[in-house]
Design a binder for this molecule. Structure first.
Ligand code: SF4
Length: 464
């Protein structure tokens, strides 16, 4: 399908939308206090061809730190996005410093999260009015300075008032962003980019398609930023990201993309380039509906059988994953997949399992939902993911959230079977079945504590 037309949104020297090339972006995973580390990450991203870079701004001092970082970076083609949560005043100040500011409609101008039972029409309306007034000021300034703004809603950080009114699903994700969009338009501000993200490929696809439909009804033509958030790391994260983004690209959506990986930011760009090039040549087809799981065999055959083709040489695991996904999605009736003999059998088996699990046609590993980390993370998320994988990585059917801070942490950990969420320097809260079970544990002990809490919990057991 041809790309959907969207209005061009200038971001410094770059433009997103307007039929231009799809812009790859990433985010620094370090706090701005680590100027040297941030500079190295920016240089690595620019070397990979990434010129749109997001930076977490948790506090006012980070604005000054960012100005220092900018002085080390003479490349005028780089455009930076300040990532703001909670304080509307800080978001307004960030407009002075960044080419683009990302705000989260789920927490803009609201810090306290009343419990759902506190809500009624009165509190809902009061909160809505407060956010609307703050948003008006913010967007008026954005218009005056000619900045771009991303309204980025996220399934892990929906506003309590939105959940009270609309629940946790895609409708809430979409309406939360569109409400903010209406306030932007009320201030006659149109430098908008929208995103609707959650931590599953199917949830993200559904939300973006719903958003496109609603925006068509409103005759809005703002660019879409695509991404599946908190996908984790390794093969499964790539499979989930490729599926979510790839199918939406096939719908003609997407003006800028971010692959979310709990890995160094440049890895996001390397895989993003491969995904865009692959999808341009071989669009991922919308999969037919499946009713049951697909069996993966190492030899033999079975009902509604598909043999995966041998990988191309020279072998590239990421490309092999994309080819496997495309082959699986193309099959009309699929109950059995066989991996033919050949080189790199173990790697190909892991790739096939990751692709099937991303499509929800099989469960082979623990689904580790991990944030890509940013300057807000209070502990080493990547190291904790590896420790958890070592102890609990083969619990097919379990979902464990490993989140760097409170922005999306309680939401994702609350929705997973188990989770840990950064709660202070080097410390995490541990969650079990939606509730915080242990407070403020050293992050190094998180995997051990989770293993104890999980006991023998394993919904469907490991599969061959
Ligand atoms: S949840 Fe992770 S990526 Fe999101 S704001 Fe917190 S540390 Fe950053």
């Amino acid at each position: 399908m041809a790309r959907r037309s969207s209005r061009p949104v200038p971001i410094g020297e770059l433009t997103v939308g307007g039929g231009g090339p799809i812009v790859l972006q990433s985010m620094l995973s370090l706090p701005l206090a680590d100027l040297d580390g941030c500079r190295r990450q920016v240089e690595a991203l620019a070397a990979e061809g990434c010129f749109l870079i997001r930076v977490a701004v948790p506090a006012e001092r980070d604005l000054a730190q960012f100005q220092k970082l900018r002085k080390f970076l003479p490349d005028k083609n780089l455009a930076f996005v300040g990532d703001l949560h909670y304080g509307s005043e800080l978001a307004r100040e960030a407009l002075d410093v960044f080419e683009k500011v990302r705000i989260n409609p789920g927490n803009f101008a609201i810090r306290r999260r009343p419990a759902p039972e506190e809500y009624g029409e009165d509190l809902f309306q009061r909160e809505t009015d407060t956010v609307a007034a703050e948003a008006e000021e913010f967007f008026k300034k954005a218009r005056r300075l000619d900045r771009a703004v991303r309204i980025g809603s996220n399934g892990g950080s929906l506003a309590a008032r939105t959940i009270w009114r609309r629940g946790h699903g895609p409708d809430a994700l979409v309406e939360s962003a569109l409400e903010m969009g209406r306030w932007a338009r009320g201030a006659d501000f149109h430098g908008l980019v929208f995103s609707f993200k959650c931590s599953s490929a199917d949830g993200t696809i559904f939300a973006n398609r719903l958003a496109r439909k609603r925006m068509d009804e409103l005759s809005w033509d703002y660019p879409f930023h695509l991404g599946v958030t908190e996908a984790g790391n390794g093969l499964l994260a790539r499979a989930v990201g490729a599926l979510g983004i790839g199918l939406l690209l096939g719908d003609g959506l997407g003006d800028t993309i971010r692959i979310s990986l709990t890995e160094p930011p440049a890895a996001e760009i390397r895989f993003g380039k491969k995904l865009l090039a692959f999808c341009a040549q071989n669009p991922l087809p919308n999969p037919p509906k499946r009713t049951g799981p697909v069996t993966l065999l190492e030899e033999g055959s079975g009902p509604n059988f598909l043999e995966l083709p041998p990988p191309k040489e020279p072998f590239d695991g990421e490309l092999c994953l994309l080819e496997t996904l495309r082959t699986l999605l193309s099959a009309d009736l699929l109950e059995t997949v066989c991996l033919p003999p050949g080189p790199r059998r173990e790697e190909r088996k892991k790739i096939a399992r990751a692709a099937l699990q991303a499509c929800r046609w099989g469960e082979f590993f623990t689904a580790i939902v991990a944030c890509p980390t940013c300057g807000r993370a209070t502990y080493d998320v990547a190291a904790t993911v590896e420790q958890i994988r070592e102890r609990l990585g083969e619990r097919a059917g379990l979902r464990i959230a490993v989140m760097g801070c409170c922005v999306n942490g309680p939401g994702e950990a609350g929705a997973a079977d188990y989770g840990c969420v950064g709660c202070g320097r080097g410390r995490v809260n541990i969650y079990k079945k939606g509730r915080c079970a242990i407070r403020s544990v050293e992050a190094e002990r998180a995997a051990e504590e989770l293993e104890k809490l999980a006991g023998t919990d394993c919904r469907s057991g490991p599969r061959p």
